[in-house]
Design a protein around this ligand. Structure first.
Ligand SMILES: Nc1ncnc2c1ncn2[C@@H]1O[C@H](COP(=O)(O)OP(=O)(O)O)[C@@H](O)[C@H]1O
Ligand SMILES: [Mg+2]
Length: 304
C-alpha cells in the first residue's frame, strides 16, 4: 500500500500546484497582451488605408520628380554626343566630296581634317550614347514594374518556396553574403503571384545583405502569428536606418547608395507587391543595431 504523504508534503504539493497555475495564467496574459498589441497594429494599418490615397498621390509626384531627374543626365549627354557626332560626320562628308576627283591628295586631306581621330571618337560617342540609352531603358523597366497596377493573383503561393528561391537567386549572383540564419516554418499557401512575391522578398533580403555586409548576419523567420497572419521577418545586424529617412525608404527612387549602385526602386516595388496581395511591410530599426522588415499577409480563410 502506498504511503500517505505527510502534511508537510501535502502542503508542498499544494504550493507547487498553485505556483504552476499562476505561471500558466501569467503566460496566458502575456500571450493575450501580445495578441492585442498585434491586432491594434493591424487596426492602425487599416486606418492608414484611408491615408493611402493621399500617400499614393505624393508617391506619384515623387516618381515624376525622380523620373525627370534620372532621365536628365543620360538624355543630356546623349544630346551633346549626337550634336558632336553630327559635326564629325559633316566633316567626313566634306572629305568624301573634296576627294572624289582628286584621289592623289587623299592622305593629305585626311591628315588636315584629322579624320583618323574623328572616326575613333565617333565610335566612342556612339558607345556612350548606347550606354545612356540602356540606362534610360532600365529606368523605364523599373517604372513599368511599379506602374503595373494589376497583378495576376490566380496562382498558388508557397511562401517558404519563395524565400528559398530568393536565397538561391542571391547566391547565384556570386557576391559574398553575410551568414544567413533560416527558421522557415511551413505556412498556409495563399492565392497570388509567386514570381512577384519572390521578387518582393529578394528586394528586402538584398537590402538586408547589403546592410549586414559579408561579415555580418541576417536572420529569416517565417511563421504564422496569432493564427491570423503569415509573417516573414528579415533582420540584419547592419547600421540601421536613421529616423529622418525612415518615412522615405519606400518612396520610388529614394536611395542612399552611391550613383550607379541602386536606383531606389526595391522597397517601392516590394511594398506594392505585398499590398496587391492584401498584405504589407513593416519596419523596425535602430541606428547602430540593425533593421527588421516584416512582410505580412493575412492567413487565407480556406486552405489551398
Ligand atoms: N536593411 C536595411 N538597412 C539599412 N538601410 C536600408 C535597409 N533596407 C533599405 N534601406 C535604405 O532604404 C533605401 C531604399 O532601398 P531600396 O528601395 O531597396 O533602394 P536601393 O537598394 O536601390 O537603394 C536604401 O538606399 C537604404 O538607404
Ligand atoms: Mg534595394
Amino acid at each position: 500500500m502506498a504511503e500517505q504523504p505527510t502534511p508537510n508534503e501535502q502542503k508542498l504539493m499544494r504550493l507547487l500546484l498553485a505556483e504552476r497555475k499562476t505561471r500558466a495564467e501569467l503566460e496566458q496574459r502575456i500571450v493575450t497582451q501580445e495578441q492585442a498589441l498585434f491586432r491594434s497594429d493591424v487596426i492602425a494599418q487599416q486606418q492608414g488605408a484611408q491615408l493611402l490615397a493621399q500617400e499614393k498621390l505624393a508617391s506619384i509626384s515623387t516618381l515624376a520628380a525622380g523620373l525627370a531627374h534620372e532621365l536628365n543626365t543620360p538624355s543630356g549627354f546623349m544630346r551633346c554626343n549626337l550634336q558632336l557626332m553630327l559635326k564629325h560626320w559633316q566633316t567626313i562628308r566634306e572629305f568624301v566630296e573634296r576627294t572624289s576627283d582628286q584621289p592623289s591628295q587623299l592622305a593629305e586631306i585626311r591628315k588636315e581634317l584629322n579624320l583618323d581621330y574623328l572616326l575613333e571618337d565617333g565610335t566612342d560617342l556612339i558607345d556612350e550614347s548606347l550606354l545612356g540609352i540602356n540606362h534610360i531603358s532600365s529606368i523605364v523597366q523599373d517604372l513599368r514594374m511599379f506602374a503595373e497596377d494589376t497583378a495576376d493573383l490566380t496562382g498558388i503561393v508557397d511562401l517558404k518556396d519563395c524565400v528559398e528561391q530568393s536565397i538561391w537567386a542571391l547566391e547565384l549572383e556570386g557576391a559574398a553574403l553575410p551568414a544567413l540564419h533560416q527558421h522557415l516554418q511551413q505556412v498556409p499557401r495563399f492565392a497570388g503571384d509567386s514570381d512577384k512575391i519572390t521578387l518582393a522578398i529578394m528586394q528586402v533580403l538584398n537590402n538586408a545583405c547589403q546592410a549586414a555586409g559579408p561579415s555580418g548576419q541576417v536572420w529569416l523567420d517565417l511563421q504564422v502569428k496569432f493564427d491570423t497572419h503569415i509573417v516573414l521577418e528579415i533582420r540584419d545586424d547592419g547600421p540601421g536606418i536613421a529616423a529622418d529617412l525612415l518615412n522615405r525608404i519606400f518612396d520610388p527612387f529614394f536611395t542612399t547608395r552611391p550613383v550607379g549602385q541602386g536606383r531606389g526602386m526595391g522597397l517601392a516595388v516590394a511594398r506594392m507587391i505585398m499590398t496587391q496581395h492584401g498584405g504589407g511591410i513593416r519596419v523596425k530599426t535602430e541606428a547602430g543595431l540593425g533593421s527588421k522588415f516584416a512582410l505580412e499577409l493575412p492567413v487565407p480563410p480556406l486552405a489551398l
